[in-house]
Ligand binder design. Structure first.
Ligand code: ASP
Length: 355
C-alpha cells in the first residue's frame, strides 16, 4: 500500500505525458505543416543571368570580361548575403536585380535599349513561389529600377501587372525613384539602334518576320535572378529594356508571369532571356515548371525541353533556374549567356560562354 502511494504521483505524470504526446500526434493541419517546413533550415542558393546572345570569348576584351565578372559577382554576393542573413528570396532577387539595373552593362534599367522611336520602355516582373503572388510593370519610361515597382504592384495591389503611365502614376505614391530620359541614354545603345534601323531598311535576320518587325541582333542583355531561401521559399525576377528597335508599346516576355518569370515552391523558379515573343508563345518559364510537375522531368531536362521548343520555332535565348532542393540549372541555344550562381554549400560559379 505504502509502495502504491509512493509511485502514484509518477504514474499520474506518465499518463499525462503520454496524453500530451497523443495530442501532438494529431493529423497535421495546413498551418502546422507550414511551421514545420519553415523551421527546418535548408540549403539556400541564388542563380542569375545577365542576358544571352553572341557572347564569344574571341569578341571579348580582357577589360570587358573583368567588368562583367565583377558586376555579376557583386550582384550574386548581394543576394547571397541577404539569404545568408535569413532574408527572403524575394528580397534577394530584387536587390540582386537592382545591382544589374544600375549598371550600363546590361539591358535593364540604366543600360536599357532603345525602341524604334529612340525611347526606352522597360519591363519587369517578380514572383513569390510560396504564395504565387506576382507583380509586374510594362512599358515604363522613367522608373530607375522597374523591379522595385513590380514588387510594389505585388505587395500593394490586387493586380499582377500595371503598364505605362498608370504604372508610373501608381509607383509615384510609393517613393520609387524617377529619372528623366537622359538617364537611360548610353552611346552604345544608340549605336545599336542606329545599326538596327540601318539593317531594317535592308533585311532582317528572321525570314518569317516582316521587315518592319523585330531586329534581332542576337544580343539580349536582360537580367534575371532566382533564389531559394533558408525557409525553402523560391522567388524569381526579371528586368529588361526589351529589344532594340522594338515597336513602341511592344511588351516582351520579361514582365509576363509564366513566360519570362515563374516561381513555385512545388517545382522551381525560372528567369528567361531571349527573343521574348517565343518565350511568350511557349509560356517558357511555366512550361519548365509543368514538365517537372506533370512529367517528372528533372530541372535540367525541363529547361532543355523548353529551349528546344523555342529553337524549333526559330527563337533564341536561354533560362536560369533552381528547384526546391536548391539544384541549379540553365539552358540556352545562343553562343553564350552571362550566368552564375552561389550556393550555401560553398559553390560559386560564373560563366559566359558555351559549356
Ligand atoms: N526577353 C527580352 C524581351 O524580349 C529581351 C532580352 O532577353 O534581352 O523583351
Amino acid at each position: 500500500m505504502k509502495a502504491i502511494k509512493l509511485f502514484l504521483p509518477f504514474l499520474i505524470l506518465l499518463v499525462f505525458i503520454s496524453c500530451k504526446k497523443d495530442q501532438n500526434a494529431e493529423p497535421e493541419t495546413q498551418n502546422s505543416k507550414l511551421e514545420n517546413s519553415e523551421s527546418t533550415e535548408k540549403h539556400f542558393a541564388i542563380v542569375i543571368h545577365g542576358g544571352a546572345g553572341t557572347i564569344k570569348k574571341e569578341n571579348m576584351t580582357a577589360e570587358q570580361e573583368k567588368a562583367y565578372t565583377e558586376k555579376l559577382q557583386e550582384a550574386i554576393n548581394t543576394g547571397y548575403a541577404i539569404l545568408e542573413n535569413g532574408g527572403s528570396s524575394l528580397e534577394a532577387v530584387q536587390k540582386t536585380i537592382n545591382i544589374m539595373e544600375d549598371s550600363p552593362l546590361f539591358n535593364a534599367g540604366k543600360g536599357a535599349v532603345f525602341n524604334s522611336n529612340g525611347k526606352n520602355e522597360l519591363d519587369a516582373s517578380i514572383m513569390d513561389g510560396k504564395s504565387l503572388n506576382s507583380g509586374a510593370v510594362a512599358g515604363v519610361q522613367q522608373i530607375k529600377n522597374p523591379i522595385n515597382a513590380a514588387r510594389i504592384v505585388m505587395d500593394s495591389t490586387r493586380h499582377v501587372m500595371l503598364s505605362g503611365k498608370g504604372a508610373e502614376d501608381f509607383a509615384k505614391q510609393y517613393g520609387i525613384t524617377f529619372v528623366d530620359d537622359r538617364y537611360f541614354f548610353t552611346e552604345k545603345r544608340m549605336q545599336q539602334l542606329q545599326k538596327a534601323q540601318g539593317k531594317n531598311k535592308v533585311q532582317l535576320d528572321h525570314a518569317n518576320i516582316e521587315n518592319d518587325e523585330l531586329v534581332d541582333d542576337h544580343k539580349y542583355g536582360t537580367v534575371g535572378a532566382v533564389a531559394i531561401d533558408k525557409n525553402g521559399n523560391i522567388a524569381a525576377a526579371t528586368s529588361t529594356g526589351g529589344m532594340t528597335n522594338k515597336k513602341y508599346g511592344r511588351i516582351g516576355d520579361s514582365p509576363i508571369i509564366g513566360a519570362g518569370t515563374y516561381a513555385n515552391n512545388k517545382t522551381c523558379g525560372v528567369s528567361a532571356t531571349g527573343t521574348g515573343e517565343y518565350f511568350i508563345r511557349t509560356v517558357a518559364a511555366h512550361e519548365t515548371s509543368s514538365l517537372m510537375l506533370y512529367k517528372n522531368l528533372s530541372l535540367k531536362a525541363s529547361l532543355d525541353n523548353v529551349v528546344q521548343q523555342i529553337g524549333d520555332l526559330g527563337g533564341d535565348g536561354g533560362m536560369v533556374a533552381l528547384d526546391k532542393d536548391a539544384n541549379i540549372a540553365w539552358s540556352f541555344n545562343t553562343e553564350g549567356m552571362y550566368r552564375g550562381y552561389k550556393k550555401s554549400n560553398g559553390e560559386n560559379v560564373l560563366k559566359f560562354y558555351e559549356e
